[in-house]
Design a protein around this ligand. Structure first.
Ligand code: 4AD
Length: 437
């Protein structure tokens, strides 16, 4: 449209559309604007209506003031609206601006009787979890989602700034990296029998991108991946999901567990680095601590037994409620790829777990067995030599000492936010007997 008149008419009909976050910058004060969003609070008073409208662009909502005559039965908590009016400086110190409404359109009404969230009520995370399809409309869950998004960006920025290459590892794979038998097999869909022959081998949803990262670490000394991983663990615990996001890193030319733990420490400054107290103990020391304690544990604390959540919690408390690295686990407890600590009196592997307050195990890693003969015999013991012939090739051609770790992103969020249940830090939780939406 080249005619100035048409442009002016167009502008008059359509005042600038502002996001609420832009409105707060108050550059448009005095101008006619329009915003679109959802009503987060609604107070009809004698002379005026007071609404708070949120469009997701900011944590804060924009206060809208309208003459009481604009009240409408369709207008209320939860509905979607477009408001046009003049943006004004607010007399209240808590908000820089407010919108003096000239017109309000209800774009989508919201029946207050059926809507599960009530105005002015504080709902628990447990309550809102019953409404997975609606819970992003609550302040509590939308705030969690924002933090999750920021934390995701921070993970990528940390790795980028520290010379790591991002590798998109596959979701469908033919290997069981952890060997724990917690695989979801990708099954033939109803009526699509060609799918099976499509891959020719059984395929699974990945439990870890580690082996694919190890492939890449033969050419790039610092690689990472960050994506969904799947475990068919029959658990409804507050720290287990069937689908969770894992941050995994692999570093070549690394010869000690301490070198590996530095990546965690630098990556989380003020978190694992926050203390001068001893925060690295061996598994053998951990067992000693558990055995000497007066606590009664449900699970055994003998050398060779896995550390359970109750043990992890105790160890964290014992060390002063700080993040604790536990190293050198019994060799038999760790997957085939963990490096054998041959020089240790007890048969251990160069593996490490990071335990944190409130959650227990946040991260697990190890040096990888880079010696061809040892790896081959370990795979032979597990009956996996043929399955992993390609993995042996990595040791055959230019093998280097290397190691890495995986960190459960939801457990990390649980830990930093103090959220009790892992199902409340992921948009769509999947766990045994539950795959809603
Ligand atoms: O200790 P895990 O099983 O380690 C691995 O998978 C390695 N291959 C990673 C690597 O070295 N690249 O899992 C790593 C972390 C755990 O410490 C835990 O935080 C998280 O993944 N995790 C889970 N989080 C939520 N729900 C589950 N079911 C989880 N299983 C593991």
């Amino acid at each position: 449209c080249r005619s100035g008149v048409t442009v002016r008419r167009y502008c008059m009909k359509n005042p600038t559309k502002l996001r609420v976050s832009e409105a707060f910058l108050d550059a448009q004060v005095g101008e006619k604007v329009r915003i679109q969003g959802w009503v987060r609070s609604f107070r009809p008073q004698k002379q005026n209506l007071f609404l708070h409208v949120n469009d997701g662009s900011s944590l804060k909502s924009l206060q809208v003031i309208a003459p009481a005559a604009m009240n409408d039965p369709l207008l209320g908590f939860g509905c979607a609206v477009e408001v046009r009016g003049i943006l004004k400086k607010s007399p209240h110190s808590k908000q820089p601006v407010e919108l003096e409404a000239e017109q309000i359109w209800v774009i989508g009404e919201c029946n207050p009787v059926d809507f599960p969230f009530k105005i002015k009520e504080r709902h628990s995370l447990e309550y809102i979890r019953q409404f997975l399809h609606l819970r992003c409309r609550t302040n509590a869950f939308s705030s969690l989602l924002r933090i999750r998004s920021e934390a995701t960006a921070a993970v990528h920025s940390y790795f980028k700034n520290n010379g790591f290459l991002l590798v998109h590892t596959p979701t469908i794979t033919s290997n069981d990296c952890e060997g724990a038998g917690e695989l979801f097999q990708v099954e033939v869909g109803q009526g699509i029998s060609w799918f099976w022959s499509f891959f020719s081998v059984p395929v699974y949803l990945t439990v870890s991108g580690q082996l694919h990262l190890e492939v890449m670490s033969g050419a790039f000394p610092r690689v990472y991946t960050f994506g969904p991983t799947f475990r068919a663990e029959n658990s409804q615990s507050r720290r287990h999901l069937a689908e969770f996001f894992m941050v995994e890193a692999e570093i070549s030319f690394t010869e000690s567990i301490e070198d590996l733990t530095k990546v965690w420490k630098i990556g989380s400054t003020g978190f694992t680095n926050c203390t001068k107290q001893k925060n690295l103990i061996t598994y053998t020391e951990a067992i000693d601590i558990l055995k000497r304690s007066s606590e009664t544990f449900t699970f055994p604390t003998d050398w060779g037994c896995d550390l359970m959540t109750e043990h992890e919690k105790f160890l964290v408390k014992h060390c002063g409620n700080i993040p604790v690295f536990v190293t050198d686990y019994p060799h038999d407890l760790k997957p085939f790829y963990a490096r054998d600590n041959q020089d240790h009196p007890k048969h251990t592997a160069a593996a490490v777990d990071l335990l944190v307050p409130g959650v227990g195990e946040l991260s697990g890693g190890s040096l990888r067995e880079e010696r061809l003969d040892l790896l081959r015999s370990r795979l032979g013991e597990c009956g996996l030599e043929d399955t992993y012939s390609w993995y042996l090739d990595l040791r055959r051609f230019g093998s280097v000492p290397h190691g890495g770790f995986g960190l459960g992103f939801e457990r990390y969020l649980q830990c930093i936010l103090g959220v009790d249940n892992i199902k409340d830090v992921i948009p769509f939780p999947r766990f045994s007997h539950s795959c809603l939406l």
